[in-house]
Design a protein around this ligand. Structure first.
Ligand SMILES: C[S@@+](CC[C@H](N)C(=O)[O-])C[C@H]1O[C@@H](n2cnc3c(N)ncnc32)[C@H](O)[C@@H]1O
Length: 272
């Protein structure tokens, strides 16, 4: 297999005889590569051995959906924490209506100011929220404070790859309230180690969760949405306003970039 992916191809190389037909190449790529669903993060969390009697913090919990999943799967108690009042209100409703809601509480707070005493939790779960954090060192130190000795965090976040151009990064971060430095995986790992954590697992999930979604029955409309948002921007801005338009477009591109390798999903387990 050639290892030079940057030399310009010749027309002969592009159109010449590859030894197989174009349809064969399509068939090679049109098959599942066995991606894991996004519940793989629960499998990773499961390796921590938390069960009934365990107490877990879900930081950046939004509507408490993951907190409830954790309670249901592991029979542990969960404190869901989120800084946005609308999220906390929704979470309270969802918890009240859920079969396992008795194991879950919701409180307002941020990762830099967690509403809990020192050494409260056996484990911390954080999915898709670290990108919003300005002070990562302070955030991880605060997590250490509320963790019991030897407790661990399971963290999902999305990081940039060399394929993400600076302009793309700047626009995405501005539209999605992301801190640009949080896209830097090396910086995350360094900060985790500097705040006294040991990185036990680095799971480069990449596009697996999204491949699973795309292979499912629902199909995927992200590209169509991107085309519409781009072609008729003024119309959407008029219909929904500037801020919702930016968030909808940013969110859509965020997903597409995760699918095409400009962004990479990772799950870390770090232990205090
Ligand atoms: C992309 S959502 C992810 C929600 C949920 N964890 C999930 O995976 O579906 C990010 C969440 O992080 C919350 N968030 C933002 N800044 C935060 C902070 N500094 N501390 C804790 N949570 C924060 C937001 O309110 C939002 O609910």
């Amino acid at each position: 297999m050639a290892d030079d992916f940057t030399t310009p191809l010749t027309v002969e190389q592009m159109y010449g005889d590859w030894g197989f037909e174009w349809e064969d190449a399509v068939a090679m790529t049109d098959r599942s590569l066995g991606p894991r669903p996004r519940t793989s993060m629960y499998d990773t969390f499961g390796t921590l051995g938390i069960g009934a009697g365990g107490y877990v913090l879900d930081i950046g919990a939004r509507d408490a959906a993951q907190a409830l999943d954790l309670a249901e799967r592991f029979a542990c108690r969960v404190l869901a924490v989120d800084p946005v009042q609308a999220n906390a209100d929704l979470a309270a409703e969802v918890i009240a209506a859920h079969e396992h809601g008795g194991l879950v509480d919701i409180k307002l707070g941020t990762i830099n100011d967690i509403p809990a005493d020192d050494g409260t939790f056996d484990a911390i779960f954080s999915r898709d929220m670290m990108g919003h954090v300005e002070d990562l060192e302070g955030a991880l130190s605060e997590c250490r404070r509320v963790l019991k000795d030897g407790g661990a965090m399971t963290i999902h976040d999305v990081f940039a790859t060399p394929m993400l151009e600076p302009q793309e990064s700047a626009r995405l971060c501005a539209d999605l309230a992301q801190v640009p430095e949080r896209l830097d995986a090396e910086l995350f790992e360094r900060t985790a180690e500097e705040t006294g954590f040991t990185i036990e697992v680095t799971d480069r999930v990449a596009s697996e969760w999204l491949e699973t979604l795309l292979e499912g029955e629902d199909g995927e409309k992200r590209l169509l949405t991107a085309a519409r948002l781009h072609r008729c921007k003024d119309r959407f801005v008029e219909e929904m306003g500037v801020i919702p338009f930016r968030v909808v477009r940013g969110n859509n591109l965020w997903t597409i970039y995760r699918m095409i390798g400009k962004l990479e999903d990772r799950v870390y387990v770090i232990r205090a």
